[in-house]
Design a protein around this ligand. Sequence first.
Ligand SMILES: NC(=O)c1ccc[n+]([C@@H]2O[C@H](COP(=O)([O-])OP(=O)(O)OC[C@H]3O[C@@H](n4cnc5c(N)ncnc54)[C@H](O)[C@@H]3O)[C@@H](O)[C@H]2O)c1
Length: 337
Amino acid sequence: MTLHVKTSQGTYDIWIQRGALHRAGEVFNLSRKVLIVTDSGVPEDYAMTIASQCDDAVLFVFEQGESSKTLTTYSGILEALTMNAFTRTDCVVAVGGGVVGDMTGFAAATYMRGIDFYNIPTTLLSQVDSSIGGKTAVDFMGYKNLVGAFYQPRGVLIDPQVLETLTPRHITNGLAEVIKMAATCDEELFHLLEAAEFSESVLDEVIIRALQIKKQVVEADERESGLRKVLNYGHTLGHAIESITTPSLFHGECVALGMLPMCAPAVRDRLKHTLERWGLPTEFSFKSEQLIQVCRHDKKTAGDTISVVFVPEIGYYDIKQMSFGEFEDLVREVTQL
Ligand SMILES: NC(=O)c1ccc[n+]([C@@H]2O[C@H](COP(=O)([O-])OP(=O)(O)OC[C@H]3O[C@@H](n4cnc5c(N)ncnc54)[C@H](O)[C@@H]3O)[C@@H](O)[C@H]2O)c1
């Protein structure tokens, strides 16, 4: 299955197929110098499988984890490109999760003002979310994704088979973003997540359908000036929870909790059931005052109001401008359950 994504810089393809890792050379131009970037947690085989399909491959491996998403690692990628005399006609390939993809994309965007970037996401979160939309970044001075660029890949290859080595918790973490997309935009996909048992074919379908939703959203709003805000459902509160609980809760787990207050009561029941059945948290162990305090510093605040994605009915959403009082009431409804 191939999805064609239209951007202002042209079109690129997302190729989704089990076993596709072994056939990357069929869809990517690897007959040139190729810098393969991966991290220490991604099974080495994956990068090696890509290297075996290149004429001239250089490997760059950094320490796994968000704490590596820094200017230092970014600089290391640029050094590898420079030391190996990469030119504008060469390319980089990211093989890994969102950390690898975001940083490799940013290095590709800035080396010689832009060289070709291919992305091979290997976590569920990166397959359904970060590999599409052109956002690249590194963290800076404690702020997440503070330095970055919009830079579109030349191509994306998604091989659901690589998820077999991922921990169940990382699968669940990615599913939170899928549940978010389904709750706001696709009632049918939500129903599938509510009812289906986990299997390879369900996973493949979930990946494809989540990508179709994200493709529609980012094509309509490439630079996040309007529609793309829907992707922030659960994120305002989610980020606040993340800043209090990191590293004990993963991003998707925080988003799961962040979605619960921002919906109608009937939606909340279905959402809670669905999050629970996939092993995502639904219980709050922190005080609403603590969360509100952090939310007041969110980018989406303006004076005493905050912009929030709210789900009135599964498959639909509103972007509401709320006072902090209203926001706090919603958070309280859930934290005091
Ligand atoms: N660009 C975007 O639009 C966007 C969207 C969402 C998130 N993000 C970013 O993505 C990052 C999170 O991504 P993530 O959740 O993929 O985390 P991650 O990249 O840290 O990967 C999670 C862990 O899984 C390991 N791993 C990766 N693939 C594996 C595999 N197939 N088998 C076994 N282990 C594997 C990694 O080594 C890592 O330890 C954050 O930095 C976030 O800011 C970006």
